[in-house]
Design a protein around this ligand. Structure first.
Ligand code: FAD
Ligand code: MLT
Ligand code: ZN
Length: 472
């Protein structure tokens, strides 16, 4: 069969010089992932200015049989936005589609284009006296289309839910270039299959999200941040329960950190210090927030901490006294990723288990990895309140990073064996991308994977949308 003619001339006249880049230096940042695990190649980087342009570009690519890799902020932890090495795909960046089309403080909704950076969405909501609650370390770069496509979680999921729960409607360019106009801002809309949810978490394999209606919330007016040293992970979970029993509505984040993780962060990140007199083996960071300006969150914190300290579950704790201190306590948690990056090669395991089993996960997975590779440094941390722990493993000190990374899958298998025994999931919030496709058959095989494949075949029969991602 003769090759289809290249769509590049037609794309160039459609998108103009700002919308079609082919120079190697322009493409380079889009060809590697944030973790530097993957290096791809591409025909071109498309940067459409609006939905109509994007739809026409997709139509041209579909006609020519050219695969498309959608890309937002390129912060994927699983290589989801990185093309393969064939050089036959185009990358579609949503970065220029970055308008906030509408913000309504009565409906409590924001209609944002896919290229709006998460932090910009937070700031726009705040300027209107509202809250857009999605928050995580990559928020200054990740974009609305990306966080919806991965169904990102982050620090406030325990209170407001994942990205999926923050979305009411979508506009999507489908793989044939047609546009689905689903930007409804309705709180109730039972009209057949909830199509919008098919695209959330699809990681760009079913179509390109071009805009979304996002839910906004009332802005908190009172806030307390607590950093506590706890006896063990069980005691950290016990503290979560104490807060929940006293006032569940006040918990905005409940995060766990290991002593080794905090030590590494203090050691490698300038300006991060331990705010307690003595080092501990385990810590919790609790963020309390209320929309009531007169909410006595300090009283709540003291009421919960006093008995926990008396019983020996909490060893010591500090409450932030100012905005600067709140930020400093949060930095200890948020700089974990960067500290691990600086410490050499690391293997990430973004896993979840039922909340009650988190302590067992931390204990058993760390132990199993130490047995597998003496000297390996387990750094479990993360969203304890959601049952989602990042069981990250840093290479043994002085080891060869390449040799360590060559054993990534052995290490992931080792953690996943424990996760399976605890009825958990091998991917909690980062998605599948290209890192975990080989695990899909084993974990989601049978009817579940068969239905996923049927959905893929129905929407993208030519298999052109982000090939090699999610589905094995
Ligand atoms: P990209 O990386 O560009 O793309 C991600 C996936 O979505 C790819 O498969 C891509 O093809 C697809 N995609 C992108 N845009 C679109 C679109 N418009 N339409 C269709 N498909 C699209 N994640 C969490 O969940 N919780 C955390 O706590 C967290 N912490 C992080 C901390 C740091 C420091 C970093 C760097 C990342 C963190 N992440 C976290 C991971 C990451 O930020 C998320 O996966 C994010 O959701 C990806 O958004 P993005 O815009 O960068 O998307
Ligand atoms: C986080 O919660 O900080 C990231 O999702 C975790 C990671 O770096 O693995
Ligand atoms: Zn996380």
């Amino acid at each position: 069969m003769a090759d289809s003619p290249s769509p590049l001339p037609a794309l160039a006249s459609l998108l103009g010089p700002a919308g079609l880049l082919t120079d190697a230096s322009d493409l380079a940042p889009a060809l590697a992932d944030w973790r530097s695990l993957y290096q791809g190649r591409a025909l071109a980087l498309l940067r459409p200015a609006n939905t109509a342009e994007l739809a026409e570009a997709v139509r041209l690519c579909a006609a020519a049989g050219i695969a498309i890799v959608p890309q937002g902020g390129n912060t994927s932890m699983v290589g989801g936005a990185t093309p393969d090495g064939s050089g036959r795909a185009v990358i579609v960046s949503l970065a220029r589609m970055n308008r906030i089309r509408d913000l309504d403080p009565m409906d409590m909704t924001m209609t944002a284009e896919a290229g709006v950076v998460v932090k910009t969405a937070q700031e726009a909501a705040a300027a209107a006296g509202c809250l857009f609650p999605l928050s995580f370390g990559g928020e200054g770069t990740a974009m609305i289309g990306g966080v919806l496509s991965t169904n990102a979680g982050g620090n406030n999921t325990v209170r407001y839910g994942n990205a999926r729960e923050l979305m009411l409607g979508l506009e999507v360019v489908l793989p044939d270039g047609s546009i689905w106009h689903g930007l409804r801002r309705l709180r109730k809309d039972n009209t057949g299959y909830a199509l919008r949810h098919v695209f959330v978490g699809a990681e760009g394999t079913l179509g390109i999200i071009t805009a979304a209606v996002l839910k906004l919330f009332a802005r908190p007016r009172a806030n307390e941040v607590i950093f506590a040293a706890v006896r063990d992970a069980e005691a950290a979970l016990g503290l979560f329960r104490r807060f929940r029993d006293n006032d569940e509505s006040a918990i905005r984040a409940f995060e766990y950190m290991s002593g080794d993780g905090v030590d590494l962060t203090v050691q490698l990140i300038p300006g991060v210090t331990l705010p307690l007199a003595e080092r501990a083996g385990h810590y919790a960071l609790i963020d309390l927030a209320s929309t009531r300006p007169d909410a006595d969150l300090r009283g709540l914190a003291e009421q919960v901490l006093a008995p926990a300290m008396e019983s020996g579950e909490v060893l010591d704790a500090v409450l932030a006294e100012s905005e600067a201190q709140r930020a400093a306590l949060w930095r200890i948690r948020e700089e974990h990723t960067e500290a691990q990056r600086k410490a050499g090669a690391s293997v990430k395991n973004d896993v979840s288990v039922p909340v009650s089993r988190v302590p067992e996960l931390i204990e058993r997975a760390s132990e199993a990895c130490r047995k597998l590779m003496p000297g390996i440094r387990p750094m479990p941390f993360g969203h304890m309140g959601d049952g989602n722990i990042h069981v990250n493993l840093v290479q043994p000190e002085g080891a060869d990073p390449t040799a360590f990374l060559a054993r990534s899958h052995d290490i992931m298998d080792c953690v996943n064996e424990v996760v399976r025994e605890l009825d958990g999931s091998f991917s909690a919030e980062h998605g599948i991308g290209q890192l975990k496709t080989d695990m899909m058959e084993e974990w989601r095989g049978g009817a579940e994977l068969a239905v996923m494949r049927q959905i893929k075949a129905a929407l993208d029969p030519k298999g052109l949308m982000n090939p090699g991602k999610v589905l094995p």
